[in-house]
Design a protein around this ligand. Structure first.
Ligand code: PLP
Length: 357
């Protein structure tokens, strides 16, 4: 229950489109402003507040993580600071440190009800940087930054003249019932923002690999992609077919899947409340990843191995989600993937409850 993909079969319309694609020659894929995928993507972006996305503001990626690296690489220099909020999906802090930049991780605060931004700390951190990496919705806490938080984040970006790299890969897996608001939905931050996204979380297609890096400023996109041209592979023909089918015909499957995940989230919350009430968990607003605080348990120092050996449940260990210096902050936290049929979720939770006592 660790890596972020789902134990569910891929939507039938996507499988049908892939089968059909295999009956035709698989030459170099072409993706330009007239491609059906680009048309559907532009519609999708418009629904998230990114209307009028110029076709040359869309660059395709072999998957989303290379877009994070490419953006950090182009928008900052070695030795410079790049800010993000921790805990965070590990390729965020790894992109920064692997490229020789310095990561400034601003810890999120536990309000008792949800994970929140430490505004004073973020303001101070942003004063020393040119780049903010935002995860929206946020992996691993499952927060969807709300309208007021987005407003404040945008004010900070403007105040400190920052570039913002906004990873919105989990946007379609929301349980909020509200439309998704992209960070760059506000025109005042469009020219300073690159958004990265892809179909792999919502449609469970991570093995096919594809993503997009987009901005209303095509020059920014060109700058980022030029720096890695020749290093960044093109998406495969099959992944293009897959993303197109997902956008064109995947809606009903996605709605069912989100409803199932929401019930799993509630099941998990109710189970913890009844059987492991000392585990802290703030119900996630998006994603199928639960960020659990087990720090009061006697085995907190080695919780990952304890759960693996005693419960036979594999989870992601909390410290993974922070850069080296901050790892101790998250010892005793775990990230649990609940995108699995309910009987499996129940079995795993029963075994965890037995092991944890
Ligand atoms: C926020 C976020 N970005 C990117 C990725 C990975 O994307 P890809 O597999 O397309 O590189 C993940 C995977 O879990 C993720 O959670």
């Amino acid at each position: 229950m660790w890596i972020a993909d789902m134990d569910f079969p891929v939507a039938e319309p996507i499988l049908a489109a892939l089968r059909e694609r295999l009956t035709r020659p698989i030459g170099y894929p072409t993706l330009n402003g007239n491609s059906p995928l680009v048309t559907l993507l532009r519609e999708k972006f418009a629904a998230q507040g990114l209307g009028d996305m110029p076709a040359d503001g869309i660059a395709f990626l072999p998957s989303v993580v290379p877009g994070l690296y490419a953006a950090v690489n182009a928008l900052s220099e070695p030795g410079e600071k790049v800010v993000t909020m921790v805990p965070v999906y590990h390729p965020f802090h790894l992109a920064i440190t692997n490229l020789g930049r310095e990561v400034v991780g601003v810890p999120l605060l536990d309000s008792g009800e949800r994970w929140e931004v430490d505004w004073d700390a973020l303001d101070a951190a942003c004063a020393e940087t040119k780049v903010l990496m935002l995860c929206h919705p946020h992996n691993p806490t499952g927060r969807v930054w709300d309208a007021e938080e987005l407003r404040r984040l945008r004010e900070l970006a403007i105040k400190h003249d920052l570039y913002v790299i906004s990873d919105e890969l989990h946007a379609d897996l929301r349980f909020t019932g509200q439309p998704f608001e992209a960070f760059a939905a506000d025109e005042r931050v469009r020219a300073r923002t690159v958004t990265v996204t892809g179909p792999c979380k919502a449609f469970n297609t991570a093995g096919l690999g594809i993503g997009a890096l987009v901005s209303h400023d095509p020059e920014l996109v060109r700058r980022i992609m030029t720096k890695t041209s020749g290093l960044m592979g093109h998406p495969s023909a099959l992944s293009i077919t897959m993303w197109h089918a997902a956008l064109a015909e995947g809606g009903p499957w996605l709605a069912d899947t989100v409803a199932y995940l929401k019930d799993n989230r509630d099941f998990l919350g109710a189970f913890l409340h009844q059987r492991l009430p000392w585990v802290k968990f703030h119900p996630v607003e998006a994603t199928y990843l639960a960020w659990l605080d087990l720090r009061t348990h006697a085995q907190t120092a080695d919780i990952q191995n304890f759960l693996l050996n005693e419960a036979k449940v594999a989870i992601h260990n909390g410290p993974v989600f922070a850069p080296d210096a901050q790892k101790p902050l998250y010892q005793g936290f775990v990230r649990l993937n609940f995108a699995t049929p309910r009987p499996i979720l129940q079995d795993a939770l029963e075994r965890m409850a037995q092991a944890l006592g």
